[in-house]
Design a protein around this ligand. Structure first.
Ligand SMILES: NC(=O)c1ccc[n+]([C@@H]2O[C@H](COP(=O)([O-])OP(=O)(O)OC[C@H]3O[C@@H](n4cnc5c(N)ncnc54)[C@H](OP(=O)(O)O)[C@@H]3O)[C@@H](O)[C@H]2O)c1
Length: 324
């Protein structure tokens, strides 16, 4: 496992981190806590030292599993979690006031809940689970983060940027109050390269890449025949004709497999890791097999310029999260 700096925090984190949404269970069905625990164990044994969870993942269940796991490890595992918006709206809609999403008292209370679920005294990285750049100039969230740092409840603060809106935090980057951004970046959505990544490099802000496999589309396992368990949120993400279009797009990538990347997930993760702004990539993992495959990608090898140029042509603008 290779390590990179998380912006200016001084923390070194593994290039592959553990995306812990799926192990929360309520939206991702079909896994078990036992499998999740084994996946976490395998990941740490392979050198992974960064886990991304959230209070909202299974209403604290992911945090509880992650906390129980990190408390039993001898080595230090860096945990990032998130404050859900008070109004329960994902993503934050334009025009929402910060008082509706992240008022001072709520930021403190939510952090205290996460500390309890995790069973730790300090959260390494506390993130806002949605964001609007219009909130950059408000003082209350900055005061809340400062107070949490002063009291030792959090070490660093970040923003998980709204889906497919990488520029919706650029003004906030300039406030100096944020240590990291979490953003969607993958072969299909390469848009953070335009403005966010250069801004992060300039200001030494960490970048956590989420959804590197486009919720499974980039693994090649989603076809029109794929059955997700009833109630699993992916029934909505991959609804209607979307699966057919996914298959068509993925078919364009398979001829690229070979010496540089032998599987689609490997190609997808190597693509994310090529960019110098990226601190870590956090695929969602629920079983040991996927953990082994994904951690194995962090071997220091880079995709060739030719491959990267080819992958540029596979960008695909879409928003499967939207309700329409
Ligand atoms: N708003 C936000 O802040 C936000 C939103 C989304 C995600 N996140 C964070 O980002 C993390 C990653 O995103 P994600 O989990 O939604 O999507 P993802 O990483 O793009 O995809 C996860 C899917 O890929 C599959 N997978 C993983 N490794 C694989 C491999 N080697 N081979 C084949 N399949 C593989 C998983 O399989 P299984 O189904 O078998 O597990 C799962 O179906 C989350 O866990 C969470 O921590 C944050």
């Amino acid at each position: 496992m290779q390590f990179r700096s998380l912006g200016a925090t001084g923390i070194r984190i593994s290039e592959i981190g553990f995306g812990a949404w799926g192990i929360g269970g309520s939206m991702w069905l079909g896994g078990t806590d036992n499998e999740s625990a084994l996946a976490l164990l395998a990941a740490a044994d392979l050198g992974l030292n960064f886990i991304d969870t959230a209070l909202a993942y299974g209403d604290g269940h992911s945090e509880s599993l992650v906390g129980a796991f990190v408390r039993q490890r001898k080595e230090r595992i860096i945990v990032a979690t998130k404050i859900p918006p008070k109004n329960g709206r994902w993503p934050a809609r334009a025009g929402t006031s910060i008082e509706d999403a992240f008022p001072y008292d709520y930021i403190i209370r939510s952090t205290e809940k996460s500390l309890k679920n995790l069973g730790v005294e300090t959260i390494d990285l506390q993130q806002f689970h949605v964001w609007l750049d219009d909130w950059a100039d408000s003082d209350e969230w900055k005061r809340a983060l400062e107070d949490l740092k002063q009291s030792g409840k959090i070490r660093f603060a970040g923003i998980s940027i709204n889906d497919h809106q990488p520029a919706n935090a650029l003004r906030t980057a300039a406030t100096g109050a944020i240590d990291s951004f979490q953003v969607i970046y993958n072969i299909f959505d390469q848009s953070p390269e335009k403005e966010l990544f250069p801004a992060a490099l300039e200001r030494n802000i960490g970048i956590i890449v989420r959804v590197p496999l486009d919720e499974g589309a980039l693994t090649g396992s989603v076809t029109p025949e794929t059955k997700f368990p009833p109630g699993d949120w992916r029934n909505r993400y991959f609804r209607g004709e979307r699966r057919t279009e996914v298959v068509r797009r993925v078919r364009g990538l398979t001829p690229l497999l070979g010496p540089e990347a032998s599987t689609l997930p490997e190609l997808a993760l190597r693509f994310c890791l090529h960019h110098p702004a990226v601190s870590t990539v956090i695929p969602g993992m629920r079983n040991v097999k996927n953990v082994r495959a994904n951690c194995g990608v962090s071997d220091g090898k880079q995709l060739s310029t030719k491959m990267l140029e080819e992958l540029r042509t596979h960008a695909w603008e879409k928003n499967f999260y939207s309700a329409d």
